[in-house]
Design a protein around this ligand. Structure first.
Ligand code: PEP
Ligand code: MG
Length: 584
């Protein structure tokens, strides 16, 4: 079994056969031409460009009908390339000056074009290189008289490719695509854009997917974690089949107005916000009625990149999210590199136990020169007045104090440079290490809020690797040990007058959301599609009842007893059809 790690860009879990699309290679001949052949070669260029233009317009119309106007707009970048006078003149100049055939001249000019764009700092522009490669293939195919490749999917399969160009995607029969897996690409690559608009699970940037995966073999795509499994064992197949079923169930929607508040029948209100990994998820935040962003993971800016993102690039990303989420707030979490989120750069040490190694805040404090760039970018974005700052993997007071010292240094620098930021920015600690949960009272005195990260808190307190399906049966959110840690954090927050939220996956599970309500949580942050059901659940119960149940549950001895009690308690007060939808 081989486990590949990439970037999840469109959520979901699927198991299926791989359909491999190999990178198309052209052999470009270099032929010396005579002076009298120059006009013929230029004519061939013009003809190829006109025909390619017609071809693109036809595809654009097809996509527009199938997917809508926004996706069809992708092809405008193609049209701009073949209409670019500078490019065309460069090709003609080569033909005339170097006396070479049009295929060679064209491919050389395109290489220069791509080289310039690849060096630009802007991610979006860099990812447009795929457009240029795609269009150049089309033009070259015409010049070399190749026929366009057509891909026919006769059954439901997972597409595996180095990268997918828009026109390759256009040729695919969408109804038979189970998932997308690519070697390269980022969050704004075409595969990602198309996958999201089709709601097809996709993991990109796996680096060697096409080397490891053979056409026709069964693979698992877990696009909730950015994982692809090749040659799966029967136990991992069993585990992921269950996970796929659960994911499917969780996407069944409950329709309540977006503006509906999460208020219990007796008037207790909590905030229900969204977790996002990439800004492309912002439309979902709005669509599902999130009251802000409770966890904005920033690793996507760092993973799968040749160089670290600059302050400017980060600032633009953060300020864009802050503006889009208004009038609500966004909690930006500083990078959580290490563990299962690797950075393929020498700054990151390779460790045998990365989850217990130089991960998250530990890595950042060891590399202040990298960390301060992110802190400055977030602080600058805070001038929008709706940004909060949060740190992952805080294990004790000293880390928090060191982090705050670095913030003060960045603030001082920004003041000197005359750059504005929110002088009263809220600073919060993620509580995801058991020691932090136990010393929550001390940490609360130095924090404006807490957000409990149960994905890690559970793995660290139960000593169960969160990504290892062999021990997945031991990963128990309802373990009394875990619940006692959570209660300790919420109580400490109340004693010290700071709010406490939860951004781990547990927050989006109905029985636990009910328990957390009863324990006194102030905010629950989750994947956007889960929001309506949790809001609706809160609206259908009494706070006093949730408190009563929580008091009883916290003293039970096993996860089984605890889950059973919570299920029963909800069944007692919810109508049968709603209880069924939310799985109780
Ligand atoms: C968590 O640990 O619960 C959490 C939300 O952070 P991540 O899943 O990014 O580690
Ligand atoms: Mg975590």
């Amino acid at each position: 079994m081989i486990k590949l790690k990439g970037i999840a860009v469109s959520s979901g879990v699927v198991i299926g056969k791989a359909f491999c699309i190999r990178k198309e290679e052209f052999v470009i001949p270099k032929i010396r031409i005579n002076y009298e052949d120059i006009s013929r070669e230029i004519y061939r260029l013009e003809e190829a460009l006109i025909d390619t233009r017609k071809e693109i317009v036809t595809i654009q119309e097809k996509i527009s009908k199938e997917l809508g106007f926004t996706e069809a707009k992708i092809f405008e970048a193609h049209l701009l390339v073949i209409e670019d006078r500078l490019l065309i003149e460069d090709v003609i100049k080569r033909i005339k000056k170097e006396r070479v055939n049009v295929e060679f001249a064209f491919s050389e000019s395109i290489k220069k074009y791509i080289d310039i764009l690849s060096k630009l700092e802007d991610d979006y522009i860099r990812e447009r290189v795929v457009d240029i490669e795609d269009i150049s293939k089309r033009v070259l195919r015409r010049l070399l008289h190749h026929s366009p490749s057509k891909y026919e999917l006769k059954e439901k399969m997972i597409i595996v490719a180095h990268d997918l160009s828009p026109s390759e995607t256009a040729y695919l029969s969408k109804s038979n695509i189970l998932g997308f897996v690519t070697d390269i690409g980022g969050v704004t690559s075409h595969t990602a854009i198309i996958a999201r608009s089709l709601s097809i699970p996709a993991v990109v940037g796996l680096e060697k997917a096409t080397t490891h995966i053979k056409g026709g073999e069964t693979i698992i795509v877990d696009a909730t974690q950015g994982v692809v499994i090749v040659e799966p064992t029967s136990s991992s197949l069993r585990y992921y089949r269950k996970k796929a079923k659960e994911f499917f169930k969780s996407t069944k929607l409950i329709h309540i107005p977006k503006s509906a508040k999460a208020i219990t029948l007796d008037g207790r209100e909590i905030t229900v916000s969204a977790n996002i990994e990439i800004p492309e998820e912002l439309p979902l935040v709005e669509k599902f009625g999130a009251e802000g962003i409770g966890l904005y993971r920033t690793e996507y800016l760092f993973l799968g990149k040749k160089s670290l993102p600059s302050e400017e690039e980060q600032y633009r990303a953060y300020v864009n999210v802050a503006r889009r989420v208004k009038p609500y707030e966004v909690i930006i979490r500083t990078i959580d590199i290490g563990g299962d989120k690797f950075l393929s750069r020498p700054e990151v040490p390779v460790e045998i136990t990365p989850f217990l190694g130089s991960r998250a805040i530990r890595f950042c404090l060891a590399k202040p020169e990298i960390f301060k760039i992110q802190l400055r970018a977030i602080l600058r974005a805070s001038s929008e007045r709706n940004v909060k700052l949060m740190f992952p993997m805080i294990s004790g007071l000293e880390e928090l104090l060191l982090t705050k010292k670095l913030i003060r240094e960045c603030e001082e620098e920004l003041r000197e440079e005359g750059k504005s930021f929110d002088e009263k920015i809220s600073i919060g600690a993620m509580i995801e290490v058991p020691s932090a949960a136990l010393v929550a009272d001390t940490l609360a005195k130095e924090s404006n809020f807490f957000s409990i990260g149960t994905n890690d808190l559970i793995q660290y307190s139960l000593a169960v690797d969160r990504g290892d399906e062999k021990v997945a049966y031991l990963y128990e959110p309802a373990h009394p040990g875990v619940l006692k840690l959570i209660k300790n954090v919420i109580d400490a927050g109340q004693r010290n007058n700071i709010w406490v939220g939860m951004c781990g996956e547990m927050a989006g599970e109905p029985i636990f959301a009910f328990l957390l309500l009863g324990l006194g949580i102030n905010e629950l942050s989750m994947s956007p599609p889960l929001i309506p059901r949790i809001k609706e659940l809160i609206r259908k119960v009494k706070f006093s009842y949730a408190c009563e149940v929580a008091k009883e549950v916290i003293n039970l001895s096993t996860p089984r007893e605890i889950e059973k009690k919570l299920q029963e308690a909800l069944k007692n007060v919810l109508k049968e059809d709603f209880a069924k939808i939310i799985g109780v």
